[in-house]
Ligand binder design. Sequence first.
Ligand code: ZN
Length: 498
Amino acid sequence: MTETLMAYDDVLAAYDPALGLEVHVELNTASKMFCGCPAEFGGEPNAGVCPTCLGLPGAMPVVNGKAVESAIRIGLALNCQIAEWCRFARKNYFYPDMPKNFQTSQYDEPIAFDGWMDVDVDGETFRVEIERAHMEEDTGKSLHVGGATGRIHGADHSLVDYNRAGIPLIEIVTRPILGAGERAPEVARAYVAQLRELIVALGVSEARMDQGNLRADVNLSLSPKGSGVLGTRTETKNVNSFRSVERAVRYEMQRHAAILSGGGSILQETRHWHEDTGITTSGRAKSDAEDYRYFPEPDLVPVAPSREWVEELRGTLPENPTARRARLQAEWGFSDLEMRDTVGAGALGLVEETIAAGAAPQAARKWWLGELARRSNEDGVDLVDLPITPTDVARVQALVDEKVVNDKLARQVLEGVLAGEGTPDEVVEKRGLAVVSDDGALGAAVDKAIAANPDVADKIRDGKVAAAGALIGAVMKEMRGQADAGRVRELILEKLTV
Ligand SMILES: [Zn+2]
């Protein structure tokens, strides 16, 4: 089904966008939210389950203290108030991968509320207000077998794996984000990227979007320009990369505008994001008054974190992101533009780790924002999800510094690592990429190049040293790029100018 879209500039001329983001963070606690089962991904299906996370009659849940600690630290890092007393609630609905027939969540008493996060968008600060961060549990996973798409449509049958049921989640909900205008897609992307950075710095989750540790639901509505009246919103579920968050917002803005300008109205519903085609499709209708029959969970005691504990946890927070960016920029000597590009590409942490692994700041920036950014664009994945580590990148730069490979060959080393051929050293070995700086082999190639280009050689003999470039080129070609160009130049000049 093809939707009509309005050109982006026309959308902005007629409408103001309002964004809302709901991000689920899967915590990296050892055990689940309310039982002692391992909170691990994968493994033999239905091996990590017990009567509590299966919701068997009589099984009693117990709150995971480490998960509460992580929730409080996330709340504090988002400048939230921490509840003195709060409860869990049952959110009642049927879903085949939710064995209890209700989700234990928090309703009107979240653990953290009324916070904010300053988001850096192209060098300007945009404040996103946080309505709440609450604790809940994940559902299991359905696997639809026999269809072409893996979705339930067309499948022969479905299997359910409850290993994930009960893994602790924190849901972070923003207030409506207004005033972002044309930058709404970038603000959404930057918010999710910087929230992820914060979660990683807190060490409370693996925060891999491609693995579903961090999942974003993107709410969007449009209001007629200047009216201030919020329009009907749609909620695009489980968008799994920064890039897709940006694309989904842009797409929904263009889709809403086309419907509204044609006199239609927006259906309040969830939408599915399709990474391959870059579109959203209709999910299920959703009303604001959806009645989950929430009621306080009778099997769990309230959570009442003491103020002393909260202050103690405040002391464990990582450096605030704005201060951190300023410090790193000063340490690395990056210009404002270089820093902005690094943050914008979601590469701050990657560059930091690459430097920690031994690379010079400019070299680390060059690889992540150059060759690797190009690959991430081509493959449509975020930098952080490329199959290469900061340690690998630092090693590639070390190989350049040690003159084992030149810049051009280093690109082939990266390519090999990305293709799964092993570590940078293994790729150099397997592909035979090490440059030749041995004078014997180089000298022979230089002699050959001089013999083949007598006129160029004469120019150099006459003192036109700049002409050496042509001979260097001929030698590099002969050596298929695997020569130390600096040494080649020295040899040419030694042979022709002494
Ligand atoms: Zn369990």
